[in-house]
Design a protein around this ligand. Structure first.
Ligand code: GLU
Length: 412
């Protein structure tokens, strides 16, 4: 199944509950604009490399479109389309005044030198600068991009349009970035895990947790959960799964990975298993925090966790979702679970527009407040209508986008 088909299937399940007419479904599903551009840049040896860059602007009924830039070899138009629509539902479920978009380049950034990465990013901006802006479409980091890439993006965009740091979020803190943006997605996953487990009467100390991925999201989520007394028994990255049945020393692993170029490779303080073993461990809570489509009908029956929190975008495909639901496994969906990142992106944009700076405490408090409110709404909706948390979240999100579309005159 193509990524956009999966996302749309979840949309239709919620739209059925809302009894949404066909014409409106088509309107809300169809992206406003899809752009594919040539990104030709010079390699350090003088060769010219040509790759494709994308920006899909899905919906702007609720405000300027918002969403990250992904640099990864699997990036293609359909994947970006799916991720753009997830951004529309994500910003709506946490009630940020934004629509949704996503962009990216189909390349493995690890194969580029820093200078090459910078040149590629600047060419990409040359190709898309006219369609992004602080009031229209605001990019941010995603897989394979970071605060440095955001800084180059902003600098190149400002060459055309003049000073306006609100054009992009996830910038370095010294350069109009927000304190707490880097940790925000992982911290949000952690905050929501605590709330969810409280609701189902599981104490953190009893909740053996495994986290797939130790990048920006997985590492910060692990750290937050470790500090909240969860036994984090396994974490993984491409180099393997690191396991300790009594709980890992996450703080030590966190510093190890920072010193080791963001990799766990070579860490010797835990038992080492193959990377793919993590998903099937005998645990209570599973947090996929890496790529999409990692839980499918092929491995759904082997999942032993009782609860899944989707820190990645689209980690569970619809067939697996059905199988897991039939076994009573509860899933906190991506559009809520990983919304901490875009929430703090919103705080960054607000600060940029006001030329004002918030303290880290304020960022954290407001993040907690925004996610708590969204979680309570989704939880209530799910309990009242006896639907899954995913369907409840999609219903809330779609309902809000529908309302904004209607208020604007019906065609968005
Ligand atoms: N890329 C992140 C996401 O998928 C953050 C987007 C943003 O901050 O705009 O939610």
């Amino acid at each position: 199944m193509q990524p956009s088909e999966s996302t749309n299937l979840y949309f239709h399940i919620a739209a059925d509950q809302l009894k949404m007419p066909e014409w409106l479904r088509r309107l809300l599903i169809t992206p406003k604009r899809e752009v594919t551009v040539q990104v030709a840049f010079e390699r350090d040896n003088g060769d010219v490399e040509t790759v494709l860059g994308y920006r899909v602007q899905h919906d702007n009924a609720r405000g300027p479109m918002k969403g990250g830039l992904r640099y990864h070899p699997t990036v293609n138009l359909d994947e970006v389309r799916a991720l753009a629509s997830l951004m529309t539902w994500k910003t709506a479920v946490v009630d940020l005044p934004y629509g949704g978009a996503k962009g990216g380049i189909g390349i493995d950034p690890k194969t580029l030198s820093k200078k090459e990465l910078e040149r590629m990013t600047r060419v990409f901006v040359d190709q898309i600068h006219e369609i992004v802006g602080p009031d229209s479409d605001i990019p941010a980091p995603d897989m394979g991009t970071n605060h440095e890439v955001m800084s180059w993006f902003r600098n190149q965009w400002e060459k055309y349009h003049g000073f306006n740091p609100a054009v992009i979020t996830g910038k370095p803190v010294e350069e109009y970035g927000a304190k707490g943006r880097e940790e925000a997605t992982g911290r949000g996953v952690g905050l929501l895990a605590v709330k969810l487990l409280k609701r189902i009467n599981v104490r953190p100390e009893q909740c053996r947790t495994a986290i797939q991925g130790f990048g920006n999201v997985g590492s910060h989520a692990s750290k937050f959960l470790f500090e909240s007394a969860f036994p984090v028994v396994a974490v993984s990255d491409v180099s393997g799964t690191y396991f300790n049945s009594k709980g890992l020393n996450i703080l030590e692993m966190f510093s190890y990975s920072i010193k080791n170029n963001n990799r766990l490779e070579g860490y010797s303080g835990a038992e080492k298993l193959p990377a793919e073993a993590l998903l099937e461990l005998d645990i209570d809570l599973l947090i996929p925090a890496a790529l999409g489509d990692v839980i499918t009908k092929e491995n759904a029956d082997k999942i032993r966790a009782k609860t899944i929190i989707e820190a990645a975008n689209g980690p569970v495909d619809p067939e697996a979702d059905e199988k897991l639901a039939a076994r009573g496994i509860m899933i906190l969906p991506d559009i809520l679970a990983n919304a901490g990142g875009v929430t703090v992106s919103y705080f960054e944009w607000v600060q940029n527009r006001q030329h004002y700076r918030w303290s880290l405490d304020r960022v954290r408090q407001e993040l907690d407040h925004t996610l708590s409110e969204a979680f309570e709404n989704v939880w209530q909706q799910s309990a009242t209508l006896s639907v899954s948390l995913r369907t409840a979240a999609f219903m809330l999100a779609i309902g809000r986008v529908q309302r904004a579309t209607e208020l604007a005159g019906g065609t968005g």
